[in-house]
Design a protein around this ligand. Sequence first.
Ligand code: ADP
Ligand code: CKP
Ligand code: MG
Length: 311
Amino acid sequence: MVDIVALGEPLIQFNSFTPGPLRFVNYFEKHIAGSELNFCIAVIRNHLTCGIIARVGNDEFGRNIIEYSRAQGIDTTHIKIDDSFTGIYFIQRGYPIPMKSELIYYRKGSAGSKLSPEDVDESYIKSSKLVHSTGITLAISDSAKDAVIKAFELARSRSFDTNIRPKLWSAEKAKETILGILRKYDIEVLITDPDDTKILLGITDPDEAYRKYKELGVNVLLYKLGARGAVAYHDGTKAFKEAYKVPVEDPTGAGDAMAGTFVSLYLQGKSIEYSLEHGIVASTLVITVRGDNEMTPTPEDADRFLNEFKT
Ligand code: ADP
Ligand code: CKP
Ligand code: MG
């Protein structure tokens, strides 16, 4: 039994040791990542329990993912070993846009994409407080999408990060599928941003987005604004927090650290202001290094950060 169950594809990340076009990069640094795995680690750092329903390959990378996840405290009992390979990706940093990263996937047909409804254990879901997934899992295969639908059907409560990846599906398909999910299930916490909302609703304004998402059954909205910060809405309350100015090594994973931190603190009864403030701290720390989840802080460490930076 865990507090939160996430469904998604853990991946091996090869992060460029130096910025620039990949053809000139000679060294890559390996990390364990994947949006839902990053989210799980944030949940655990914030003192809730979390498990991931996923598949990895019967290979060294699959074993690496399981061992790393276990070491971080993730419940790995629902990670299946599949005969396909473990998905990987490379990160190109700082080119052609400084402080931004590009993800280059080698994941089509991977073990992770074989995730299927048969992997979703009814009692595991029913005994949890909340189920989390993202647009990435909806995009990687029909069977993975059906696994999310089965889990959402059985869930007591749900959080969802739209995370639309144009390399994985078309804007039209993303819109149809994600709106289908939002119409069908009440979402306790929706995590999204102006780019995804433009695709889904044709708008970007945060207040307008909250009104529309609320009509679709979203209770709390976490709306990320990149280098500008983020805004959260709940019950007519709005909280805005500015981002911190820090050197950006690799922004990949910032959203997941923020989402996992926000959702787990909110679930523990913290206000949206407090949850957002801590979410921003987590994302700020993550962007200062390569790797998506190593820097995600506990609330105690986030408080040390806040104490140092208080104005
Ligand atoms: P995602 O990683 O899901 O694309 P964002 O890029 O919006 O999400 O980042 C999430 C959070 O990370 C932001 O709300 C902000 O707090 C922080 N962040 C992202 N980029 C920067 C940046 N360039 N400078 C400072 N903070 C940033
Ligand atoms: O939106 P974020 O930058 O927080 O997400 C990063 C993750 O799962 C990263 O770990 C990568 O593996 C992915 O998103 C993805 O599939 O794009
Ligand atoms: Mg994201």
